[in-house]
Design a protein around this ligand. Sequence first.
Ligand SMILES: Nc1ncnc2c1ncn2[C@@H]1O[C@H](COP(=O)(O)OP(=O)(O)OP(=O)(O)O)[C@@H](O)[C@H]1O
Ligand SMILES: [Mg+2]
Length: 619
Amino acid sequence: MGRGYLRIIGELFALARPYWFPFSLAFVSLVGTAVVEVSIPQVVRHTIDRYVVPRYAPDKATGEMVDVTTLSKWEVEKRVGPERYYRTPIGYLEPEDLFKRPYDEILKLREEDLKAINRMFLLFVLLLVLRFILNFSFVFLSSWVGQKVANDLRLRTFNHALRLPVSFYDRTPLGVIITRLTNDINSIVETFTGGFLNIFQNVLMFFAALVLMFAISVRLTLLVLLLIPVILILSYVFAGFFAKAWRKVRTGIARLNAFVQETIWGLKTIQNFMAYDLVKRRFEEINSYLYSAYMGVVYIAGVFRPALSFLSYVAIAIVVWYSAGGIMKGDITFGGLVAFLSYIDILFKPVQEFAQRIQVVQSSAAGYEKVKTFLSNPTEYEERRGTLRGEEREEVIRFQDVRHSYDGRRWALRGVTFSVRKGEKVALVGRTGSGKTTILNLILGFYVPTEGEVLVYGIPTADWDITALRSLYAPVMQDLTVFADSIPMNITLGYDLDYKGILEELEITYLLHKEYHELSAGEKQLVSIARALAFNRPIIVFDEATSNLDPITELKLQRILVERFKNKTLIIVAHRLATARIADRIIVLEDGRIVEEGNHEELMERRGKYYELYKLQEV
Ligand SMILES: Nc1ncnc2c1ncn2[C@@H]1O[C@H](COP(=O)(O)OP(=O)(O)OP(=O)(O)O)[C@@H](O)[C@H]1O
Ligand SMILES: [Mg+2]
């Protein structure tokens, strides 16, 4: 784990600053858990050595009985022999002497020890309860903080995604944004719950256990330490494989999600053409990829986990075997041995988990890095630092030698010059792909022209304050949007607008009683048109907005546009030339160029492209 990761982890923790109090509590609980965990074997050791096995022995020099648990190891070796006695109300007894008596009598003679054992048992239970509470408190608080941080970040990322320029989405698949919001942010939570803090806890417990083990037996501890490098290496290998296997699983899930989404999107086409086999074959491919990815995880976990726990049993076996003689010689007490075995577990667990925890932290950091990169894409507002606001004037829009390319390879517009006066109704017509929507995209400020200038109220769109520019327009785009919300909400978008009048004039108030998913293609257009008109802005922009309306409704709409919205500037794209006819001026585009311009009568007289198109449609 390099320095870069540490810096990122630092940044991640900085995100948790608003939650510093629960975070500190989580930290305290974590340290508390570690302390309790390493104390429990001490209680066991104490209980066994003091109250279970006999602990008195005659001093070699004086013959007086001494409590060996109060002596240091070398004192025991020097001062007493191997035999031990119990202290009872009737004097010191050898174990054989004591245990051949009737059961009731043994209980009575050892009453003091048994009472102490009960007390120790109570302490033991108390420690277990405490460990439970502390552990719960850590898990709960750290998850809470982690989820809060993720929650904040998700909100920030989503808000950012909403404000990115549309050109960003031309080159970024939707799946990427979804992955940022789900997988990547989720992996950040793990830094708080299972990653960094646990590494700290592991290190803490490792050293605490080590110190306590040395205190019990230096020789046994050194013996156990020999195994540590083996476990460490094995767990590193394991964690590497494991992370790789999980990455494969995540890729599989992302692929599956994208594929299902895409397929259901095109479900009607699939059903119409019975393209089930095509879809099924691709799905089977993804599905079996996912299957083998999951099986990979299973194999790795199946081999390595048992291998690691095998090693810790080997250690235990070695210790038991090696110390069996030691107990007799007084090298190690019986309680000490039991405690020591518990510490082996405590010592090995962090070592076994260490590599995996590091992987968690690394993937967490990588996830955060990706989210950060996403957030560093400048929003429309950051990219366009324009601050100007134009004043309403006679010439509303002017295109001056505009050439535009979306991808830097092909020209969508190749030199377009025209202007639109206030209150003028202008129609753009032309073949599919001739550049009509591109002109609107430039007017609306979604793109800045590659060459030339697009002026609105005399100011290049790039220099406009983008919010002010947008609030000039009432657009209906070619790709309609209906939100999963009520129809009134779809029209007002949450603003306080008077929309009833428009609906009445168009005689479409019945739409208010529909659900958003019940709308027909034409009704969707009506909702979008009602939205645009209700916003009551000076420039109305329609891109094929009436293509699905019946002629009667369209006529009604045209009358409203020409009469009630007489003062508003209208730019309308239409394939149906009957729609274009109402315009004061018609601009005919071909292959990114203006080829004809004029009103309906003029263009008909000219007998050019427009005339040809019109004749074709009249039939
Ligand atoms: N986001 C984009 N990225 C790259 N190229 C694009 C993009 N949008 C449009 N184009 C290309 O620019 C050209 C003009 O497209 P435009 O959308 O302006 O056509 P249009 O006149 O509106 O056509 P239609 O009548 O089909 O709506 C087309 O060749 C199209 O392939
Ligand atoms: Mg178009």
